[in-house]
Design a protein around this ligand. Sequence first.
Ligand SMILES: Nc1ncnc2c1ncn2[C@@H]1O[C@H](COP(=O)(O)OP(=O)(O)OP(=O)(O)O)[C@@H](O)[C@H]1O
Ligand code: SF4
Ligand SMILES: [Mg+2]
Length: 325
Amino acid sequence: MDHSAPVLEIDSLRTWFLTARGIGKAVDGVDLSLSGGETLGVVGESGSGKTMLSLSVLGLVPRPGRIVGGAVRFKGLDLVRASAAELLKVRGNAISMIFQEPMTSLNPVFRVGEQIAEAVRLHRKLGKAEALERARQMLVKVGIPNPDRRLKSYPHEMSGGMRQRVVIAMALALDPDLILADEPTTALDVTIQAEILELMLQLKEERQTAIMLITHDLGVVAQTCQRVAVMYAGKIVEEAPVLALFDEPLHPYTKLLLASVPRIGERRPLAAIGGAVPSLMALPSGCAFHPRCPDAVGFCATEEPALLAMPDGRKVRCLLHTART
Ligand SMILES: Nc1ncnc2c1ncn2[C@@H]1O[C@H](COP(=O)(O)OP(=O)(O)OP(=O)(O)O)[C@@H](O)[C@H]1O
Ligand code: SF4
Ligand SMILES: [Mg+2]
């Protein structure tokens, strides 16, 4: 893989819900890029568009949502304009998705070994026995004890943590270039969460996989990501290297998020910020964050901030920063 070229380039992506009640701009002009071996965190409160962003990449946005503009280039192929056949080839093969609830990806009526082997056979020309052997190797890799016995287990015979390991094993059996992980450890207890994240990072190092990690948990971001994008009401409001963001957040929303961050391992949602998340159907004028923003000034209610590139390469969407430079 060419490490200089981004694996994923999201360009002015807009995913809207066109409903009788109005238009919900779940993803509204998002630009992001991600290189091999890089982990990008995507954070933001519930409803900010994180899941729709990742589903957009794979063309899996549920109705009545749809991509109304922009491009998603994966290794040069525009997935927004790709044919159904091209998308199917990319999905679960070159790009793997890991969801919060492992049962989303597992079929309760098949044994774990068969499921991984089937997924492998769908994308690789391997015999049944070879595919099962690959499944076994992957279970070993993700630290599942007694892999031979576990190959024959049904998902319900395993704990939540073990099931998520199986999902990761399945994702990795296909040797993807990109993993989209949407709250992959949120349902797990803290110790298991740390182990699963560690495992993903280890495999990322070995294979130079690009990872987009969606999470509520800034502690997880600090532990695992190089870069982080903060979403608010369908837009990225700040993007920065992790250390820079934690050291000196630029956007008032990021400052509030960080002020509400629990210590690593402590469970606390991003709820400590005053005011409710606005409805996407009735977004405030100007800067969508202005009703909740402690730094808001008069023109914040009328002027819409653009995402501004700062001299150090960080990006911030706030009128105060526009005014400063
Ligand atoms: N079926 C739907 N109909 C209309 N709007 C929808 C529908 N599904 C999602 N949306 C809109 O898309 C927005 C983004 O949803 P999304 O699931 O991406 O948020 P999220 O950031 O992943 O939240 P969470 O942290 O709770 O998972 C929501 O605020 C909602 O307004
Ligand atoms: S533009 Fe105004 S309201 Fe929006 S984040 Fe900046 S200061 Fe706050
Ligand atoms: Mg979500």
